[in-house]
Design a protein around this ligand. Sequence first.
Ligand SMILES: [Mn+2]
Length: 462
Amino acid sequence: MLKILHLSDIHMGGGFSHGRIDPQTGLNTRLLDFTAALERCIDRAIAEPVDLVLFGGDAFPDATPLPMVQEAFAQQFCRLAAANIPTVLLVGNHDQHAQGRGGASLCIYRTLGVPGFVVGDTLALHRLETNQGPVQVLTLPWLTRSTLLTKRQTEGMALAEVGALLLDRLQAALEGEIRRLDPDVPTILLAHLMSDRAQFGAERMLGVGKGFSIPLSTIARSEFDYVALGHVHKHQNLNASNEPPVVYPGSIERVDFSEENEDKGYVMVSIAPGKRGDRATTWEFCPLPARPFCTLRVDVSDCEDPLDKLLRAIDPDKITDAVVRLVYRVRAEQLHHIELAAVRDRLATAHTYSLQAELVSQLARPRLPDMDATNLDPLVALEAYLGERSDLRAIADDMLAAARDLLGYASPMIRVDLPESPEAASPELPASVESMESVGSGSPTSEAQPSERSDSGQLRLL
Ligand SMILES: [Mn+2]
């Protein structure tokens, strides 16, 4: 029986704004959390021991991690080399430089010749020797235009056409690799991609939009015993028949608030020996004790004693050691009734917290027309937003064009009817909401890194 540990989306060094400085080590506590989660995965791999470890990509938040972050990552994976456990490190979108080349933070393992380590930075078939005999791993790193197409081939093409061509090329290349497979050897596709069937948190829906995704039928092939994916942070199996299982293990720790309600963990896979078609694959999701995230939403705008309501909304026992965000709707004239020191005091059991006051102004007009946010098209939302922002009129068309490009739209815009000017807005519409935020800095302070914030639906890839 071939035993494999499959983990993905480590994002080590990310989410520092949710942590604080650990007084003992001087390191951000979220780095310690992510390291502890990775350590648990490696512990399990060694304790079993497994015959192979597959990493599905996105080691770090970007292509140039800090040396101490690189080191924390290397210290853990190095233990696999010491235990003679073959390991495949796949390059995800976060590991690539902007031009889609490289993945140097992982390629260093190949350069150094770490025994048993393979880096998947191209579409390639690797034959690995394990304690249970040979295994074939087909690596498919995050695909960009430049991976399979030259600039000249895509000149003048709309993004949707490029996407279709890219998919054609991928299918042809995959087909070529599949024909080379030895049917008597267990075979795994290890890929960092967005599948058209993947589900992800509602908050992320707006941000990720309709980027390039790969049909499940392209990857759920009977030639594979298991399809090991990375990219989507929510654990899921895309192929209910399990022939083969097509599994995202998800991230090993919560990267942001969109993962508040998701279990975090890794996957243990077993493949029985035999010929193609006879080999049965079983798998199991193994949860990790990720740090809890907790969003508290309170509307105090209509009450007499806003501080009391705010304090009662916070249960110190329920937020112990959690990363907390307290979002409260409040009227401007209530602000001076809210004694923030008392609120911070009540939040003291949290690991860290942030306070986000949403100002309700009674006279203002609505920011956006009433739209159903759950299946709101991002472009419609952007256009509606820009329609309300006369100060952005000069760059509105450029922003829309850029958004269309990012989202992969080729077709003309869907238009929504908006009032021509602010004066045209109906005074009966509900009050507007503005958001202002202060990051918790009571006893434990956090280093706020605005560029990293993604909880408010900013554009961001997984
Ligand atoms: Mn990714």
